[in-house]
Design a protein around this ligand. Structure first.
Ligand SMILES: [Cu+2]
Length: 99
């Protein structure tokens, strides 16, 4: 049983890390995708780290243009955003599963 311990500890670490990452993701809905400009408009919920205490609709840059091919207007998403060179930038995007 002792041999299994490091493996379990690693697995637990990965799971704990994933939960922490998920907690930072913001709910949103895509309202517009502008692939040529590399931008996406999202109606999003509060984002504490940007002092956005209420939801709003705003334009984000996409850190990777390939992200914009994964979503379309009307899609419910979860995303992570950062301020990169003074611009609000989506660094990670996931489609929400339909329930
Ligand atoms: Cu905002």
């Amino acid at each position: 049983m002792r041999k299994a311990t490091p493996v379990l500890a690693t697995a637990f670490g990965v799971v704990a890390f994933s939960f922490a990452a998920m907690a930072q993701m913001v709910d949103g809905e895509v309202t517009k995708v502008d692939e040529s400009a590399g931008k996406i408009t999202v109606k999003h919920g509060p984002i504490k780290k940007f002092d956005m205490d209420t939801g709003m609709t705003m334009v984000f840059r996409a850190s990777d243009p390939a992200m914009l091919k994964q979503v379309k207007p009307g899609d419910k998403i979860k995303f992570e955003a950062d301020k990169v060179s003074g611009q609000f930038t989506i660094t990670k995007i996931e489609k929400q599963k339909k329930k």
